[in-house]
Design a protein around this ligand. Sequence first.
Ligand code: HEC
Ligand code: HEC
Ligand code: HEC
Ligand code: HEC
Length: 437
Amino acid sequence: MKSTTALLVSVILCATAARAETAIDAIAAHKHMGVATCSSSVCHGASQPFRDSDIAQNEFAIWQEFDPHAKAYQILAQPRSQAIARKLGLGDATKAKVCLDCHADNVPAGDRGERFQISDGVGCEACHGGAQLWLNSHADRKVTHADNLAKGMYATADPVKRAQLCLSCHMGEKERMITHRIMGAGHPRLSFELDTFTWLKPHYKITANWIKRKGEWNGVRDWAVGQGVAAENLLDLLVDPKTGWQGIFPELVLFNCQACHKLMKDNSWGPRQGTGLGPGVVRLNDANLVTFRYALAPVDKSAAQRVFEQTRALHQATTQSRDATFAAARNLRGTLESILPKVSAYDYGATSLNPILDAMLADARNGEFRDYAAAEQAAMASESIVLAFENDGKLDKAMAASLHVKLDALYATVKDEDRYSMTPFVAALKDLRAAAP
Ligand code: HEC
Ligand code: HEC
Ligand code: HEC
Ligand code: HEC
């Protein structure tokens, strides 16, 4: 009897593992106990970092004071949000599911513990997963990170899992869609880069102790993985009949905003090898697909070429038919899926950085950065690379300072999406490459 039960359990476990679980499913798999259950001063609510602990234990204080996620719910009460919700006919934004799904930890009522409060916004368990099974055990030093993961803690340290999690809100996915209608009502455009965004307001530090518990950390690898996962997500949304289409139109949020939102007198059209499209055609927002090619440059040149060709084929297919578009998107999706494990396992060391910059610059000179969204991604990629040069420890002070000046100049060219122009961007990227070691 016992062995039958064990067998049954393992069959169920295998079946669950085999199904590709989304980040949203994993986060919602167990009851969410609430931020108040994490924030005691002997847990994560210390005001100063603990000295003899694996972690600082002041994570709550940092989150509450500096992390925009702590204010994500309050944003919904502001006039700006209320206006968006009114235009969409949603009523009160703080009660609208579509807003709460991204601006709070909106698990179903039955999955909320006694101390859970929706007004906590994007709280601890919105990223670390429902703590029902691990809340009491995870502070024990004998308990390993693997034990916690097995009990439903989300693998935030794993770059692929982290990218899927962050993008579920920062790009939107099937269950949490940001639509062009929401943008049209006044929501800011979303843009995301995993490495840059992971380090904007961190409540964690990578130390020798962290590496011992959780494995290696590499910012450029995170950037590369983030591009691949975002590109996969774009294709998933595009081929989904519910999220990819609105009546006779495809969902416009998947396309390049500036392809439509440009001044009539702008006259800046020019050919792009990566699309092969002529003038006057609406283009998919391929920014992550473009940048992912540079991530592949040091890893697998033929895969980079395949992504280039299949992306171009996808752009071409969008001018033919919906079926052709779906087929091309699925082909490209297959390629990304097969190459992503190689990217996440690749050691992006110092020698990989210049090949990435070189691939980016060669494309820039060829006119690949006519579109703002790709240029913005290239700027964030450059930041990831500059920091990696610095962390490698071979830059002297003057060189590091000069690289930062060039990086700031590059960022200045993408500061305003409405005034973006390719020529100064390419010049700034060239300068940055020239200043690299
Ligand atoms: C797919 C997830 C998603 C959905 C759905 C969503 N938001 Fe957002 N929202 C975000 C993210 C992510 C940001 C932060 C963007 C950034 O700064 O990069 C944001 C930013 C905002 C901002 C600007 C905040 C600031 O600090 O400037 C407002 C206002 C806002 N959202 C309101 C709403 C309202 C109202 C709804 C419902 C109609 C909504 N959002 C639906 C993800 C979402
Ligand atoms: C927006 C997502 C997000 C939210 C919200 C969030 N975290 Fe984190 N947290 C992360 C990421 C990413 C890491 C770094 C990767 C890792 O260590 O697993 C991390 C790491 C940690 C660590 C591990 C540090 C280490 O050295 O192992 C602790 C502890 C932690 N968070 C606690 C909290 C607490 C407590 C809250 C709520 C007050 C919270 N986090 C909210 C994403 C989040
Ligand atoms: C449940 C949805 C959700 C998840 C998951 C999420 N975020 Fe956010 N994030 C938001 C919202 C909403 C905002 C905007 C909040 C505001 O403006 O106050 C935001 C804001 C941010 C900002 C500030 C952006 C800016 O322009 O200043 C950063 C950085 C950020 N998130 C990083 C991350 C990272 C890294 C992850 C994954 C580890 C992540 N987020 C996961 C919803 C989410
Ligand atoms: C295929 C063309 C197309 C694409 C691509 C597109 N839009 Fe739009 N957008 C429109 C149209 C059409 C309207 C409606 C204009 C009107 O109501 O007068 C609009 C309206 C808007 C508005 C409201 C403007 C107003 O006057 O109130 C915003 C904001 C907006 N879009 C943002 C975006 C963002 C952000 C993106 C990219 C993620 C995007 N759009 C992509 C065609 C497009």
